[in-house]
Design a protein around this ligand. Sequence first.
Ligand code: PMP
Length: 447
Amino acid sequence: MPEAHPDSAQIIQDNRDYTLFSWSVQQATNPIHMVGGKGSHFFDGDGNAWLDFSSQLININVGHQHPKVLQAIKDQVDQMCFAGPSFATDVRAKLGKKLAEVTGLAKSFFTLGGSEANENAMKMARLYTGRDKIITRYRSYHGATMGSMTASGDPRRWPVEPGVPGIVRVFDPYMYRPPMGGSAEDWADGCITHIEEVIQMEGPHTIAAMLVEGITGSNGIIIPPDDYYPRLRALLDKYGILLIDDEVMSGFGRTGKWLATQHYGIKPDIVTCAKGLTSGYMPLGAVIVSDKIAEFFEDHMLWGGLTYSGHPVSLAAAIANLQVYEDENIFEHVNELGEHLGKRLEAMKRKYACVGDVRYIGLFSVLELVKDKKTKEPLAPFNGSSPEMAKLAAHLKSKHVYAFLRFNWAFVCPPLVITKEELDAGLDAYEEGLALVDEMMGKAAVG
Ligand code: PMP
């Protein structure tokens, strides 16, 4: 662990004086001065080690400063730092081949991140089908560029509205809160039948694709019923609509498989990915397309690409990162630890009055917090905060557990290399925080 940095306070001040922070009201930002990391921890300028319980932005899957990924980056920098996007490179060949192998799809188009991957996926779907509408879901996030932000369903899209034309939204397989009221059982069926209704009202011949997160991430880890994807795949096939699977957050081992949709035995037409593709060591995303779409672009123009598309250093980082997943049996580790995590989350739901629901798969999980288990009134309003959520956040911060909390959701999405001891330490801190919330609401722990 490093020593305290002598200029930390000044560095934070200069960051605030000379730079703009994303997704922030600037005067409300309170950034941590990050100086390094190792495995599941990162270090701040005061010499503290933080347990990174959200893997930064749910992306640093192999943990901080993995030596094999670092070495691959160094080697690539020494050999060739840049090649324009129309050049063939060995790293491009190698990563393209690997992504085809692990997804069962055909060809990859490389981007700088997830938002741009979704932009290109939507554009390719429009070119391929000759149709222009894209169906997305309300409880979704697909990125912060114009098209991806419009495609997102959650409040992050509001500032750019009306945005890019042609986006049509449907409701989510959110079984804890069926959007039409009624029972979860009814909604397990309704969440598909209403999509068909929307398709018919919009005109099937106008709809190019449906874009969905493999498993919904930042809108509360929404895990669909087992038959959702097989039924959705059949429905879209019936109308010649492509399925674009956004695996930016749920892909690359986060749920214990390469893609979250692989749990459901279906194959998308297009997969978009980023985050866990390089574990964040270099910026990279990809649009991976099926045979039929790859074939289409054999004799049709692929409109698009940026100066830095297929950057060799990013590709080298991805190749090494994927190798680490395999060499270190990381997905097995995720599945084992995920079982343990699930048991602990279920116990927390039984014990604390404020835990309404827990959802988990692999190391992708959330506690949904409520004021009352029966009424399910959220502990903070949608798109808002509350003193109770602030209390939990303050407690985790005091324990140097870096956690992703949003509205009434407390996420647990640690690096995939986290040890059982580290995971338990983080969950213990969550439990202390939940006990404080129960106390604040005047409800003692129930178990
Ligand atoms: N899709 C999903 C599901 C995401 O979670 C994110 C980022 N949180 C994005 C797309 C956008 O990716 P990026 O920030 O790399 O542009």
